[in-house]
Ligand binder design. Structure first.
Ligand code: SF4
Ligand code: SF4
Length: 408
């Protein structure tokens, strides 16, 4: 596609990147076929090709309004379009550049700003998030039903973590909301890895991966969180940590981008590249291990796996959890349209509740069509969003593996 960036857009630090992505799009529209928002709304401007066109107009200096912003806001950043695109258009990078620019040109109403800033303040701070979660659970019966449904159920308490006793060491991103909503996920991962001869090291100063800030258009704050994590992990990396594990695929997708996003940072570029190279989703680590060492009894429990977009479209790991669970003897049901987003998409279920609920209900219908006893997934956002419907129970897949293991 031909482009002619405006003077203003030319001065943006990522102007060349935006221009090259715009030029790589041939406007064929294949991507619309797999775009969840296009499927629900049927409007060209709520599909990837239309959004690319809107960003082109924005960067060419044409007038933009709240309407343009709304079409970009409705994008889930699920990256299904990238998987479909035959021309390799890196749509999410263009969207990041476009969203940052529209944020500068179109002021948001006060209520929207307050919501977005509130989310950015609370989500990366586990102590505050946890306190609000506890208060919300107590007040749930008094809240309007629509709000009460957003508050996750009581959590499964974390089982004890094994002491670090193996020569093989890996770091694990502890994350932010997952610590409060599903504290057993990382504990279960540590217990399974311990059986495989791998110990988990913690890095006390590491925290939120930065994705929440970054995707709510506070990109500088998100990158500072990335720098802080790099500093926190660096001593263990230099001491030989083999990998940095993420049990939430949304965080993993972002940590794997640190290298690209900080490539022009003189102080952090080299370290960020190393961190991204070491970043592994939990399934990548397990899939490479001799799983016969796990004494799992034959399990015929029917389970449905929801593959998060951040696992299949961003990290390109579609099918990895399914084959690992099958190797371990679990009985997986077929899930139609498994490439489609569940509507969680970071904070999307809060900023775009109607679309998110429509997508969630469609996803649950698909997941439940094979009559599973439980649904498992690989991302805390999807787990909470799908579980919020109060239908089939939703857990992280590693908890099922850990539950099935006999006591050591
Ligand atoms: S993003 Fe890819 S699939 Fe979509 S219109 Fe452009 S070239 Fe075609
Ligand atoms: S990222 Fe997802 S919602 Fe956004 S345009 Fe691409 S397919 Fe559609």
């Amino acid at each position: 596609m031909q482009t002619k960036l405006s003077e203003r857009a030319r001065s943006l630090p990522r102007a060349d990147e935006a221009e090259s992505i715009l030029r790589s799009c041939v406007h064929c529209g294949f991507c619309n076929a797999t775009c969840p928002t296009y499927q629900v709304l049927g409007n060209e401007l709520d599909g990837p090709r239309g959004r690319i066109y809107l960003i082109k107009q924005l960067l060419e200096g044409q007038e933009v309004t709240e309407k343009t912003q709304r079409h970009l806001d409705r994008c889930l950043t699920c990256r299904n379009c990238e998987t479909t695109c035959p021309s390799g258009v890196t749509y999410h990078t263009l969207l990041d550049i476009g969203r940052a620019e529209i944020e500068r040109r179109v002021p948001r109403p006060v209520a929207e700003r307050a919501l977005r800033e509130g989310l950015r303040y609370v989500i990366p701070r586990p102590a505050i998030f946890n306190a609000l979660l506890k208060a919300g659970r107590i007040a749930k019966p008094l809240l309007p039903r629509s709000l009460g449904k957003k508050i996750p159920h009581n959590t499964i308490a974390a089982k004890p973590r094994p002491i670090a006793r193996h020569a093989r060491r890996m770091l694990m991103l502890e994350g932010c909301v997952q610590r409060s909503i599903s504290p057993n996920t990382n504990a279960a991962a540590a217990r399974v890895l311990d059986r495989l001869g791998i110990s988990i090291e913690s890095a006390a100063r590491a925290g939120c991966c930065g994705a929440t800030d970054y995707h709510l258009d506070a990109q500088g704050v998100g990158l500072n969180r990335a720098r802080r994590n790099i500093d926190a992990w660096w001593p263990a990396i230099e001491a030989g940590a083999e990998a940095i594990i993420q049990t939430a695929s949304g965080c993993g997708a972002f940590v794997k981008e640190y290298g690209h996003l900080l490539r022009d940072d003189a102080l952090y570029a080299r370290k960020a590249e190393r961190v991204s190279a070491l970043a592994k989703d939990l399934v990548e680590v397990l899939a490479a291990e001799p799983l016969d060492d796990l004494p799992l009894p034959p399990d015929r429990k029917r389970i449905a796996f929801h593959c998060p977009c951040t696992l299949q479209h961003a990290q390109k790991l579609g099918g990895a959890v399914e084959s690992t669970l099958t190797r371990l003897g679990f009985n997986l049901t077929d899930v139609p349209d498994s490439h489609l987003c569940c509507g969680s998409a970071g904070t999307y279920s809060i900023t775009q509740p109607e679309l998110a609920t429509t997508l969630r209900d469609r996803k649950l219908d698909a997941l439940e069509s094979g009559k599973p006893m439980v649904i498992v997934t690989a991302n805390i956002g999807c787990q909470t969003h799908l579980g919020g419907a109060n239908r089939t129970r939703v857990r992280h897949w590693i908890e099922l593996v850990e539950d099935a293991l006999p006591l050591p």
